[in-house]
Design a protein around this ligand. Sequence first.
Ligand code: AMP
Ligand code: FE
Ligand code: FE
Ligand code: ZN
Length: 278
Amino acid sequence: MAGLSLIDLHTHTNESDGSFSPAELIEEAVRTGVGALAITDHDTFAGYDEALPLACQAGVELVRGIELSTKLLDRSVHLLGYFPGHGDLEDFRAWVLDLQTSRRERNVRLAARLRELGMDIRVEEAEALGRGMTGRPHFARIMVQKGYVASIRQAFDDCLDESAKGYVYRREPHFTEGVRRIRAAGGVASLAHPTRLVGDVAALLPDLCAAGLNAIEAYHSDHTLADTDLYLGLAHRHALKVTGGSDFHGAFKPEVMLGTGRQGNLSIPREVLEQLAL
Ligand code: AMP
Ligand code: FE
Ligand code: FE
Ligand code: ZN
């Protein structure tokens, strides 16, 4: 084995929408040669907290991260937060718990809505799958299991998508608030997978930077080399830090490998980790 030479700053455990437990993710890091890892679960630190002692034992450097779902105008924007230092996260943690409360409250309404539409689905069933980060994908899986739809895709198209009949509203923080909270806690705020942003990233960036954004995810398993070059150029122009990761979700996205992305399309330079902490 080539030692733990790879880095990966965008990964999910089963505390959000990944399939690997925190322990399994650390094992996978060792197996695949990833020596530095950030866990960036959606709206929770639970996976990171659980993985930390295991990472120490395994000799894997673990960075505390999070991926926030935020709103910018009518867009949904994913925002990564990294906390490589020892900042005081008490306020930030309390805010994140608040987000979870609003998610739970939405899920109760979503289950009721699905029952209204004739499906026998209770919020507890979804929570058994998704626990602290239960969301629409878990409801979709139950809809498939119970035979109401043929696939996850169909569950969203017919029912759970924002434009579909079963959708119920969830309060999400504004992008600017997400950035402000991350920065106030001493973190680095990075624009996640910018290719998924609707609209021209180059044109939007000045406003995002004005809001306090200080990094961009230039390396990602969805990016072509041209995408990565584009974002490295934008990072340079706007004096942003660069982050990168596979967006590993385990068996839920089996084509994406930890550290190396899709068929080895990802190679994140070590400097990315070093400048994160500067
Ligand atoms: P939630 O945070 O519970 O509202 O669910 C959001 C998650 O649902 C996203 O992170 C996606 O993984 C998934 N999702 C949202 N829209 C779709 C869609 N149209 N098709 C498949 N998955 C979707
Ligand atoms: Fe995800
Ligand atoms: Fe994301
Ligand atoms: Zn992600």
